[in-house]
Design a protein around this ligand. Structure first.
Ligand code: NDP
Length: 330
């Protein structure tokens, strides 16, 4: 291990969070049991907020940002892991309460680690990242609830050209669901059709306020937008259907009524990836390894050098990123 390495650190700047590339030494890292050489990380929407300082994501400073990491174990004081193991961490408070993935080396707790499925390289795992793993949690939840079965009705994916949305489209289509995608970017239709979307709705349609009970259409849905979009999705869900809501790319409001829930038994399933227990994580990664076509995966992300991080943070907040972004730290 080198005596110093580069990390992207959020520090206090006159009461405001400000990120910059910083040189760290091994003794700066937290005293967790497993040392990982990080080869790749990623840029999620929440990372964009942290990197640009547009929201206080870190709850203590200084904080190494980055909610995901993939790499190889260098040394471990835990019997569960040994040098050479290929690993992934998603969430667990990385970049909020725990130092995260934007560092060439990081020390983490053994229970945060997932063994990287053999079918994926670290780059691909970060192509999936928290966004893709969250999409898998959403599809798992809809199936576990019994709301959707392949061939059983249309499934809606909102924010479809984004990170969560594009993986959700691909996972659902591979399982044989009829997937309808909402997007504000018509230029992504070919890409989304390639992932398996069968139909499209302009996202503006779902941003308009409608009646509390609308024509029943969706057996289920994956929503990463929130606000009026989520309310309309619930209002258009069939009796007994469910929407798995994981995001607020549009809004954190929920300006709806209880009518879809009490008159159509529609369920709103909340999905939090950060503190998801180990069995749910393992199940999501099994789904990803089984259902995410490697050909689709390569079309879903672009790889950038670590140095591009500040620009990428701005771009993801401006909605200028299609799919996912992988950071190469190696
Ligand atoms: P992206 O920025 O990649 O995608 C979000 C998509 O939402 C955009 O591509 C766009 O889709 C759509 N969108 C953006 N702004 C608006 C708007 N104002 N109105 C309607 N649609 C909009 O982000 P991610 O996919 O990485 O994350 C999506 C959301 O999920 C975020 O809020 C994120 O914080 C949340 N999230 C939550 C997790 C959890 O554990 N609960 C984990 C991971 C993410 P299009 O261009 O197709 O219209």
């Amino acid at each position: 291990m080198p005596g110093s390495f580069t990390a992207f650190v959020i520090a206090d700047d006159n009461g405001k969070p400000k990120g910059s590339f910083t040189t760290l030494s091994p003794s700066d890292l937290p005293d967790h049991e497993v040392l990982v050489e990080v080869s790749h990380s990623t840029v999620n929407y929440k990372d964009g907020l942290a990197v640009t300082g547009k929201a206080k994501i870190a709850r203590k400073l200084p904080m190494v940002a980055g909610i995901d990491l993939a790499g190889t174990v260098v040394e471990s004081r835990s019997p569960a892991w040994k040098a050479g193991d290929r690993v992934v961490v998603n969430g667990w408070g990385l970049s909020e309460t725990q130092w995260g993935g934007y560092s060439r080396y990081q020390r983490v707790k053994p229970e945060w680690l997932i063994r990287l499925p053999d079918v994926f390289t670290p780059e691909q795992a970060m192509g999936i990242g928290t966004a893709g793993y969250t999409a898998a949690l959403c599809v798992d939840a809809l199936e576990r609830w019994g709301a959707i079965q392949p061939g059983g009705g249309e499934v809606l994916v909102t924010g479809a050209a984004g990170g969560v949305g594009s993986v959700a489209v691909a996972l659902l289509a591979k399982r044989g669901y009829a997937v309808t995608a909402t997007t504000g970017r018509p230029e992504t239709h070919d890409y989304l059709r390639g992932l398996g979307a069968g139909g499209f709705i302009d996202r503006a349609t779902l941003l308009e306020k409608g009646p509390p009970l609308q024509k029943e259409r969706w057996a289920g849905g994956v929503d990463s937008v929130g606000g009026q979009t989520l309310v309309n999705a619930l209002s258009q869900t069939v009796w007994g259907g469910a929407i798995a809501a994981c995001g607020l790319a549009g809004s954190s409001d929920l300006p709806g009524t209880v009518l879809p829930h009490i008159l159509r038994s529609v369920t709103l399933i909340g999905i939090d990836s950060v503190m998801a227990p180990a069995d749910r994580r393992a199940s999501a990664w099994v789904r990803l390894a089984r259902d995410l076509d490697p050909g689709h995966l390569s079309a879903m992300y672009e790889v950038h050098p670590f140095a591009d991080l500040p620009t990428l943070g701005e771009r993801i907040l401006a909605g200028q990123i299609r799919g996912r972004v992988v950071l190469d730290l190696s």
